[in-house]
Each structure stands twice: as C-alpha cells, then as structure tokens.
Design a protein around this ligand. Sequence first.
Ligand code: AHR
Length: 317
Amino acid sequence: MTFKTLMMTTAATLGLTVAAQAQTVGFSQIGSESGWRAAETTLTRQQAEERGIDLKFSDAQQKQENQIAAMRNFIAQGVDAILIAPVVATGWDSVLEEAKEAEIPVVLLDRRVDSSDDLYLTAVGSDLVHEGEVAGQWLAETVGDAECRVVELQGTTGSSPAIDRKTGFETGIAGHDNIEIVRSQTADFTRSVGKEVMESFLQAENGGADICALYAHNDDMAVGAIQAIKEAGLKPGEDILVVSIDAVPDIFKAMADGEANATVELTPNMADPAFDALEAYWKDGTLPPKFIQTDSALYTQDDDPAGEYEARKDLGY
Ligand code: AHR
C-alpha cells in the first residue's frame, strides 16, 4: 500500500474526512490494432475523467518491451496503481515483482498473464476460452451434419486471447467430425493482415470453393477477410460463413448486409470494474476477487444487427 493509500485508509478507519486527492493511474495500452482496442482506450480515458483520476497513458505499439519500460516508468513516478493490457501472456514476472515491491497495485485488463496471481491485484476480462467455445458451438449448430472445412485467423501469437479462443473453438466443435480446421494462421488482430491472410487461404483452397466457414479471433480480421472473399467473387455470409469475436459496430454492419453471420461480444468497458476495484482498495484496503469476469453474449443475424450498429457506432470504436 502506498503512503497516500495508507493515509486514506487510516483516515477512513478513524472516521476522519480527508481532502480528496486525485489518484494517479498509469495505463499501459497495447496499441491500436483493432476497433475494439480503440474503444477500450476511449472508455478508460472517459471513466478516469469521470472519477477524477489522473490517467497517464502509454501506447506500447504492440511491443512487450515498451510495456515493461512504461511500467518501470510508472513505478519510478510512484503512481497509485497501474492498468495494463498485456500484449502477450509470458515474461511479466520481474516487472510485476517490481510493482509489488513498490506496493503499487496492478490490474490486468482484458488479456491474461501466466505469472502468479499474487503479483497483481485483479484481472478484469472475459472467459476467453468460453468465447471461442460459443463461436464453435454456433458453427456446429449452424452446419448440422454437413461437411465443413474451416479456416481460422488467429490473434497475436502468444497473446492470451489467441491461445484461449483457439482452444475454446476446438472444444466447441469437438465431436463434430464433419467440421475440420484446414488452415490456421495469425493475422495479428488487424484488418489489413486479416485480408492478406484470407487471400492466401482462398488461393490455397480452390479459390475459396473448398472453404465452408471462417473463424476469426476478432471482428477486425473478419472484416478484412470479408473484403478478400468479395474480391475473390464469393459471397461472405453465404458461400463462406463468418463467425468472429468482439461485437464491434463494423461487424454488425456486415451482419446487417448479410456478409457476416455471428459474433461473440467482448465488452470494451473493462475500466469501470477495474476502477471500482481500485477505489475500494484505496479506500480501506478491500481486496477484489482475482478475476472479475465480463459477459460474452452471442449475436447472430437474428439479433437486429442494424440496430446494434446504430447503438454502438458512436461509442469510440
Ligand atoms: O484482448 C482482446 C482482443 O484484443 C480483442 O478481441 C481484439 O480485437 C484486440 O485486439
């Protein structure tokens, strides 16, 4: 517990009123690889402002070394907490130990790490395996007994969503021997690489005639792939089914146009539960659960995609 937090906690225990003092939070964001990421950044800034928190933002441009340097910088500044969306799952022990040593609580946002959970206050995120499983089950129900050759666009190699969404999808289609993942490659969670990789899948699979479905670990890669499918002269959503994860406005637009079939929602508002947990901790040392889980709802073309697009289009995606 930092000196400032100790003072606040002691004052609360003694029933004293202390002058409100802005808490400072360092936020190490991965970058801006997707619409979802942009929304998470916007909402985190908004939440901080609404709560009077001084947010120090650092964009890591997809590099773990930049995130580690940002964390060390936040520690040196003596911030009251650190939020981090860790780009990959491994390699965080040392810097998390340094934060713990400095008594600075760390909250993981949306992605997980393989470090001991003693090294951070809490992790806010969805059940990433479950998201993939929901996508796989949707496909299994949709194709029934028909043969289905699936191509998969993976997220950033080594990131927890790429690892877990792959595992989850495989679980979702397990026992359905008519469904087979025939090609699987990373497209780094970006629209442009999603398009490029899909182009190579289409070329390798008889111009796309041998592909029944695309599973993308996020909507941005799916949107890029939809463009590639159209340019190959096929109809996305009909000739090739499209299922992905995030529920960003652009995928609802594609669903409304019949070019995508299903998405699993990942809320970009991780900051709200994260700041709630931090404020309780700062107030009187309350420890949150080690994992604060957000919902993962499935949306299909039956769920008013045009309305969902309208409702989300101005939310910072
Ligand atoms: O970690 C969450 C993932 O990261 C989102 O699904 C993706 O869009 C983002 O880049």
